[in-house]
Design a protein around this ligand. Structure first.
Ligand code: EZ4
Ligand code: CO
Length: 403
């Protein structure tokens, strides 16, 4: 089998998605997600100008070799743009191999290790009462794990902690980045009250998560972790800026709240200190942003021997192709923790026709050969690309801060 061509498509059924389609001489094609929220066009150029010409004519079954060739061959290794582009190729090749061998991708990754993939949904409210109500709706829908975020008094419309528009929560906004305000003190005083109320209302059973969006220093994160201990979170996510892996040593000294990080990582090298020193409990790298299924399997295997489980990032700013790849991966590896599941809009699902299904808190990959997703090329004209950016944050005195 030979790769004959590859094309990049960008469509925007609510959000911008980059889809790579790789064609072969046997008629089988594969799909990969190369979306990088707010930086989509850089991945388009990387693929079209520098990757696609290098893969035409190659045998799509040689996935490991093609991955090594694209990663090592560039000389300029790592980085979100590079790894999103390589990830799109890698996932499309696994899709091709599954279709060619007439089997779901999870069988190529070692076969099923569990009955289903436990997911967590996002419950968001403008205040504690609204978030508590939203969590209840997820419990009623059968979710076993829920991430709870709430607006903080004095911080209107801050990204990730309030619900300006529930349907498109955590959106990239059209136009230039919006400017929000931030106060660590207000935030730290408020969040433990939310989790106390959630446990009082729903008891000990639901798994609860919270996402800090990289906004604390290690000692502040330690304070939050300690304050949340009575409410036994499943995990506390992205509590500090993740570039400095050593920061987690301080948090770890002070709290038993389980720690999760990794959604902005793009290689195994971003995780090695965290995993080998057992500074975290869940590694949240995702397939599309970490160079595909090939390197993610290596991250999971490293994490397995250090008691670290996975928790793939699964936002709606990645397409159903990435979510499908995550589900095949999650069901196959031994040290799976939880899968983020925000639910795409009906418009998005109509473009990608995913065959995975949700039932009683679990996602199931289905039995379709390959990944079990498709792509409607007409979506490019129907939903044209719109530049959109995540907001930025400033402290109350105007200092530039993390989003
Ligand atoms: O803010 O994917 O855990 N999920 C998240 C996401 C991220 C977005 C950024 O593009 O933090 O919603
Ligand atoms: Co997050």
């Amino acid at each position: 089998m030979k790769i004959t061509d590859a094309k990049v498509f960008v469509c925007s059924p609510g959000r911008n998605f980059l889809t790579l389609k790789i064609y072969t001489d046997e008629g089988v094609f594969g799909l990969g997600d190369g979306t990088l929220n707010g930086r989509e066009k850089s991945v388009v150029a990387y693929l079209q100008d520098h990757v696609i010409p290098c893969i035409i004519g190659r045998d799509p079954f040689e996935i490991e070799d093609i991955w090594q060739y694209l990663y090592k061959g560039a000389y300029w290794r790592r980085g979100p743009v590079t790894m999103a582009a390589i990830g799109a190729v890698d996932v499309a090749l696994w899709d091709i191999k599954g279709k060619a061998l007439n089997t779901p991708v999870y069988n190529l990754l070692g076969g099923k290790s569990r009955k289903g993939v436990m997911v967590y949904g996002h419950a968001n409210g403008a205040d504690i009462a609204e978030t508590v109500e939203e969590v209840g709706k997820y419990i009623d829908k059968g979710y076993l794990a829920i991430r709870a975020q709430t607006g903080v008094p004095g911080l209107p419309n801050t990204y990730g902690i309030s619900s300006k528009d529930k349907m498109f929560y955590e959106p990239a906004q059209p136009g230039l980045p919006e400017e929000n305000v931030w106060s660590t003190e207000k935030y730290l005083m408020h969040i433990p009250k939310l989790f106390a109320k959630l446990r009082e209302t729903y008891g000990d059973d639901p798994h609860l998560m919270h996402d800090v969006h990289h906004r604390l220093t290690p000692i502040e994160a330690a304070r939050l972790g300690k304050a949340l201990e009575p409410h036994h979170l499943f995990w506390l996510e992205d509590s500090v800026p993740a570039e400095l892996q050593e920061g987690f040593r301080i948090i770890r000294k002070h709290t038993t709240t389980p720690l999760a990080v990794g959604e902005i990582f793009n290689t195994i090298y971003d995780c090695t200190t965290l995993i080998t020193e057992q500074l975290i409990d869940f590694i949240r790298t995702t397939i599309a942003h970490t160079g595909g299924l090939t390197p993610m399997k290596k991250i999971a295997n490293l994490a397995e021997i250090y008691h670290v489980r996975t928790g793939c990032h699964g936002p709606t700013d990645l397409s159903p192709i990435n979510l499908a790849a995550c589900i095949h991966f999650d069901i196959a590896i031994n040290n799976f923790g939880a899968q983020e599941f925000m639910r795409h809009t009906p418009e998005t699902d109509a473009v990608f026709s995913p065959t995975y299904t949700f039932e009683k808190g679990y996602l199931h990959p289905g039995e379709a050969p390959g990944l079990g997703v498709d792509f409607d090329e007409k979506s490019v004209e129907k939903y044209p690309y719109k530049p959109a950016y995540l907001p930025v944050n400033r402290k109350l005195d105007g200092t530039m801060f993390n989003w």
